[in-house]
Design a protein around this ligand. Structure first.
Ligand SMILES: [Cu+2]
Length: 236
């Protein structure tokens, strides 16, 4: 065997082991812990910008719509922050269902999480034409019309990525699909609160991602059956 072939085999083995290493293995977690916290907005909450609805008004203009890029609750909590454990290799099972709805010409939720390799159900509850247009770089981009008679389509993502989402029919429709590397991804609610459950004991890198305010990270240690708290603050 010449040196070239040896290098080739070594490289192949390296690529194979890296791929295997990158994948998440779901299973049963006994005595899992809980990580919870509050993400807040530091400073004066920005005024929500009202959106102009000039198309399909009978369906789309039923409720007032405001831009969702920075949503701050009454107590200063920041909504739609994705909190996730980075790099965890094994733990609990994936969720059984991931759903994105187009409802009132709005993506619900604004930030939807779906596990890598899992099925995202995309609903059209409106009875009018929508279109799913993703601006992904790592995954294959989607640009799919969803006519009124197509109540449900589905999509899968092969790589972990934060993906911008739009509807070309309704310019104000904007959201995010988060293809999650593992099941430990959640979004914060109106009060900025989140809870991650079923976490195996260990020390992890916890990340906080917001669509316009950036990303932060912290280290968190969790004991078997224990609970840990991790808060963060974002400012513009
Ligand atoms: Cu639409």
């Amino acid at each position: 065997m010449n040196i070239k072939n040896i290098i080739k085999i070594v490289l192949m083995l390296l690529v194979f082991s890296l791929t295997a290493f990158a994948q998440y293995t779901p299973g049963t977690v006994s005595n899992g812990g809980t990580i919870a916290g509050t993400i807040s907005f530091d400073g004066t909450a920005p005024v929500l910008k009202a959106l102009k609805i000039e198309k399909d008004v009978k369906v789309c203009a039923v409720h007032e719509k405001y831009k969702e890029d920075v949503v701050v609750g009454e107590s200063g909590g920041l909504k739609n922050v994705v909190v996730y454990i980075d790099g965890i290799k094994s733990g609990k099972e994936w969720e059984t269902k991931y759903t994105l709805d187009q409802n009132g010409c709005w993506f619900k939720p604004h930030v939807v999480i779906v596990g890598v390799g899992q099925k995202l159900s995309i609903l059209n509850s409106d009875g009018i034409l929508h279109n799913i247009h993703t601006f992904s770089k790592l995954n294959k981009p989607l640009n799919k019309a969803q006519p009124k008679f197509k109540k449900r389509i589905s999509a899968k993502f092969t790589k972990a990525e934060f993906i911008k989402l739009r509807c070309d029919v309704h310019a104000w429709m904007s959201g995010w699909i988060v293809a999650a590397a593992n099941p430990y991804y959640v979004t914060t609610d109106e009060a900025g609160n989140y809870t991650l459950t079923g976490v195996p004991a260990g020390t992890y890198t916890l990340k906080f991602w917001h669509e316009t305010l950036g990303e932060q990270s912290t280290e968190v240690t969790i004991s078997a059956g224990g609970s840990a708290k991790a808060d963060a603050k974002f400012s513009s």
